[in-house]
Design a protein around this ligand. Structure first.
Ligand code: HDD
Length: 691
């Protein structure tokens, strides 16, 4: 049998990642194409369609080893999904350091600017199951594994800089409350239900994080347009043994941008894979997502100089008080080859550290240090998950740990204990000078107590700081989000408790949603703080037109050369255009220009695009007209840029959308390209009046 070699199909389109980790993974990558089918024992099989039977119409024989092997493997294909963060997607990349941080840390990958560190990042929602929709209202996980020469360092963060609870012992309670209710298994991937809000009202330390999850941050436009935060206060320790407190930030080069809630809900149905598709396609197109690494540093001596406890994970360090210093950049430049092998089997752990990075006594962090290995043991089926290709460090590892399910390593020699004389007491420990990890010598003293520190008891000031920092439209979205979520809560008592709770954050906020959920608006309350942190508002983020998706609605007989010129011009500006029409195939322009249709009105939807550009055509039937009007109305309602040229302008006139912010009707190609690109760059046109 002759196989045809299809070189073009054998390699990932963008194999620009030449990192050490990528080379290591190459050893495990297998391409099955153009090969004979064999059993797992390597036996070539001549038949894979029919089981071995006693006669053509007879029973299947026990002897059929091929059937048994194939079926048994299939029967065991599933592993438990993650108890939280089950729905996620990943990519490979590289981290480069802009400047040495040796004053703060001895971590080699944060010292040597000539080194590029391979990374693997997994983004996720938190509450939903593995198959749930991606644009739900939720925090997003942002977990990064740095494969450093000194071992793996995992920065296991979220896109929100604070957390719901202050002590890890409450994590099972929080998760039980937000997950589908146990008596009926509803709702999936949603916090809009009684048990979640009952938890919130009765665990008021959640106030600050709830402000974030009710804000636009919880419905990101893209994984590429989210900030990342290490959340906890960690320690950096330098070669002299001096320690500083640190918080880690990822700042997306494209800025932090969000969907609107109506749109997010519709996307959940139209394309539940919206975020992974966006990440995957961007990388395949060579538009590599980039995030800069930032650090906030507080000297040990300044630990008590703030009006919050720096160990409290419900508090952030306002960037205006403790500036974020940008120190490096991560670029995601290779998609996974196999979602199970990489995205599902990757095992993160906040306790995977390298010399120079250490922990603080944040009681949430301390508990996480136990939980992550524990969960991998059940999820990945035993203690050898570090040997899975995606988890394996790029530096050698040696110890006396042995055996267990699925052991890959063949440890040679007689000795598997320490201390020993038979192997010269090796593998031997390394001194700090030789790169051995040494825990920071923090002095600790105290009575054994189960208690919350007094300094952890202010739950509302930073929730108010967040509210004060929001722009008008962001405040409005918060009020709408509270109204939606609590509108789904059946218990009147819970609704009342939540209004009462958030009246401590802002009277304007609590009054804004109370009536919508059938609760008497509070008349007194509010916070004493008028402090704001402009960095918390997405109105102050980066704005870029590059990689934005534009739906180009057009029909037969369009203005040929003119349209081609505009589409080329938009592509030059980095915009991604998709031609939408009523059926698949090719559209012919007035002057012989032909354009391929990318999607139809049936397969695409305006909620899947950042902007809409109406070109129209020479003549339209009723269905085309209705679909085009739907595109315009949806885009208008979601504050999206709308453009039109030539025949397209009449649609805007009809819909009364002309003369609104972010609506560009212009026949001159050059002017249209620049004005429309500017409108797209603005992301959304929040001041557009919808009435
Ligand atoms: Fe967690 C997964 C982030 C608190 C216990 N967590 C998990 C993931 C992220 C975070 C991004 C997914 C990693 C991946 O993609 O595989 N978790 C956080 C952040 C927290 C946090 C930023 C607060 C600052 N987590 C937290 C606490 C506990 C856990 C307090 C328990 C004490 N988290 C887990 C877990 C998971 C997990 C149950 C589920 C799957 C996994 O670990 O590997 O162990």
């Amino acid at each position: 049998m002759e196989f045809i070699e299809r070189e073009d199909l054998l390699l990932s389109k963008h194999n620009v990642n030449n990192s050490k980790k990528n080379e290591q993974l190459d050893e495990s990558r297998v391409d099955d194409r153009a090969k004979h089918l064999t059993t797992n024992q390597g036996l070539k099989m001549s038949e894979d369609e029919f089981s071995l039977k006693a006669g053509e119409r007879g029973p299947t024989l026990m002897e059929d080893f091929h059937f048994r092997e194939k079926m048994t493997h299939f029967d065991h294909e599933r592993i438990p999904e993650r108890v939280v963060h089950a729905r996620g997607f990943s990519a490979h990349g590289e981290f480069e350091l802009y400047k040495s941080l040796e004053n703060y840390t001895k971590a080699d990958f944060l010292n040597d600017t000539s080194k590029t560190t391979p990374v693997f990042v997994r983004f996720s929602t938190v509450a939903g199951s593995k198959g749930s929709a991606e644009t739900v209202r939720d925090a997003r996980g942002f977990a990064t594994k740095f494969y450093t020469d000194e071992g793996n360092y995992d920065l296991v963060g979220n896109n929100i800089p604070v957390f719901f609870i202050q002590d890890a012992i409450k994590f099972p309670d929080l998760v039980h409350a937000v997950k589908p209710e146990p008596h009926n298994g509803m709702p999936q991937g949603a916090s809009a239900h009684d048990t979640f809000w009952d938890f919130v009202a009765n665990n008021q330390e959640s106030a600050h994080m709830v402000m974030w999850t009710m804000s636009d941050r919880a419905i990101p436009r893209s994984f590429r347009m989210m900030e990342g935060f290490g959340v906890h206060t960690f320690r950096l320790v330098n070669a002299e043994g001096k320690s500083h407190f640190v918080k880690f930030h990822w700042k997306p080069v494209l800025g932090a941008h969000s969907l609107v809630w109506d749109e997010a809900q519709k996307i959940s149905g139209k394309n539940p894979d919206f975020h992974r598709g966006d990440l995957y396609n961007s990388i395949e197109d060579g538009d590599f997502p980039e995030y800069e690494l930032g650090i906030q540093v507080i000297a040990e001596a300044d630990e008590d100089k703030f009006d919050f406890d720096i160990l409290d994970p419900t508090k952030l360090w306002p960037e205006e008080d403790v500036p974020v210093e940008i120190v490096g950049k991560m670029t995601l430049n290779r998609n996974v080859d196999n979602v199970f092998a990489e995205n599902e089997q990757v095992a993160f752990h906040p306790g995977h550290v390298v010399p120079g990075i250490d922990f603080s006594n944040d009681p949430l962090l301390q508990g996480r240090l136990f939980s992550y290995t524990d969960t991998q043991l059940i999820r990945l089926g035993g203690p050898n998950f570090h040997e899975l290709p995606i988890n394996k460090p790029v530096c050698p590892f040696h110890n006396n740990q042995r055996d267990g399910y699925g052991r890959h390593t063949i440890n040679q020699g007689q000795v598997s204990y320490h201390n020993n004389s038979l192997a010269n007491n090796t593998p031997e420990t390394a001194s700090p000078e030789e790169g051995g990890y040494e825990h920071y010598h923090e002095k600790v003293e105290g009575r054994k107590v189960r208690a919350r520190s007094e300094s952890f008891k202010d739950h509302f000031s930073q929730a108010a700081l967040f509210w004060n920092s929001m722009s008008a439209h962001e405040k409005d979205h918060l009020i709408q989000a509270f109204s939606f979520e609590l509108g789904k809560v059946e218990s009147e008592s819970v609704r009342e408790q939540v209004v009462e709770m958030f009246s401590n954050v802002s009277l304007e906020l609590a009054q804004g949603f109370a009536e919508n959920i059938g609760v008497k608006p509070p008349v007194s309350g509010g916070s004493n703080t008028s402090k704001a942190s402009p960095a918390l508002s997405q109105a102050n983020t980066n704005f870029k037109a590059e990689t934005r998706q534009v739906a180009v609605v057009m029909g037969e007989g369009f203005n040929g050369e003119e349209v081609e010129k505009v589409l080329d011009g938009l592509a030059d500006k980095g915009l991604k255009t998709s031609i939408i029409s009523n059926k698949q195939g090719v559209l012919s322009g007035s002057d012989g220009v032909e354009l391929k249709i990318d999607h139809t009105f049936t397969t695409a939807d305006p909620v899947l695009f950042d902007a809409v550009y109406i070109i129209g055509g020479k003549s339209h039937d009723k269905a085309f007209t209705q679909s085009t009007e739907y595109y315009i109305n949806e885009a208008f309602k979601h504050y999206k840029p709308i453009g039109a040229t030539h025949q397209g302008v009449s649609f805007l006139e009809k819909g009364d959308v002309l003369n609104h912010e972010g609506v560009v009707a212009e026949d001159d190609a050059e002017t249209f390209i620049s004005t429309f690109t500017e409108a797209v760059e603005a992301h959304r046109h929040w001041n557009r009046s919808l009435v």
